[in-house]
Ligand binder design. Structure first.
Ligand code: PAF
Length: 280
């Protein structure tokens, strides 16, 4: 596995592969890799001859007072994990490569419909930061296919829409959430949980499964199901931000009985903000 941190080095390597007619799969990450990320890399390796993984903790997707400074940076461990997977190239750009005009002055990408509501209501500007950095990474790597986790469901929808709107010839592949044995979705932010919080954390997934089960068994008023789930999370010690039943493709609210549906939630537990979703 090669590591490059500048755009020229990246282009030289990827250009060589392209001239040899090899397809390139790309997995953008913020590092602190866990099994969930490694699943993305494994899927990437099945989709193309060459796999590029990037690690960059993107400042523009963190709001004021969020965990940008505290976000775990574990480059050496990450490199070791990637070396054991089929990663051909690790791209570790600095902020000056991705934001040559500074984070405030660089052109930004906004994906209005998909970005609104859900997480955006609690993290304004977050998806603009994600879309902006992913757009720049896509332009630098020029992959044939890019792989993202379904845990960040709204992020995946925003990226799919951006790629469609900008006519980029990139396939976007979603990979099912990887869970701990007790159901908790794997996330770099799980390390913010203390022991007692960690024991409680799977309740988020259980609550989403209960809502999904209710939806499957009988058409019900979505607001009532969402409100009951919020209450149950509060009782379990979470500070829930939202529980929402949406159309799985458009993320718009949907009528009872309409499919495909997804139940999405975000909730705080101590200093961790957890998100999860279940398809119906
Ligand atoms: O999902 C993530 O880790 C990040 O949001 C991404 C897609 C790498 C953009 O910084």
């Amino acid at each position: 596995m090669q590591t490059v941190n500048d755009a020229g080095g990246l282009r030289a390597v990827v250009g060589r592969w392209r001239r040899d007619g090899q397809r390139v799969a790309f997995v953008p990450t913020m590092g602190n890799l866990h099994q969930g990320h490694l699943e993305l890399v494994r899927r990437a390796a099945r989709l193309a001859e060459r796999v590029v993984v990037s690690i960059f903790v993107n400042p523009t997707q963190f709001g004021p007072g969020e965990d940008f400074d505290a976000y775990p940076r574990t480059l050496e461990d990450d490199r070791e994990l990637l070396q054991r997977e089929s990663t051909d190239l690790l791209f570790t750009p600095g902020v000056e490569t991705l934001y040559p005009g500074g984070t405030q002055q660089t052109t930004r990408i906004e994906v209005p419909g998909m970005s609104r509501g859900l997480c955006d209501a609690f993290r304004p500007g977050h998806f603009e930061g994600v879309a902006t950095v992913v757009a720049r990474l896509f332009n630098l790597v020029q992959p044939d296919v890019a792989v993202f986790g379904e845990k960040d469901y709204q992020q995946l929808a925003v990226i799919r829409r951006m790629v469609r709107d900008l006519c980029w010839p990139i396939d976007i592949e979603g990979v099912a959430t990887v869970r701990e044995a007790d159901g908790l979705a794997m996330s770099s932010r799980n390390r913010y949980l203390d022991e007692a919080q960690r024991r409680r954390a799977p309740r988020l997934y259980q609550t989403l499964c209960e809502v999904a089960e209710s939806l499957r068994s009988a058409p019900a008023a979505h607001e009532a199901l969402e409100a009951r789930a919020m209450e149950s999370l509060e009782q379990a010690g979470f500070v829930p931000e939202y529980v929402s039943i949406r159309h799985a493709d458009t993320l718009l609210p949907l009528a009872p009985g309409e499919r495909p549906a997804v139940v999405l939630a975000a909730a705080r537990l101590g200093s961790a903000r957890l998100i999860d979703n279940v398809r119906v």
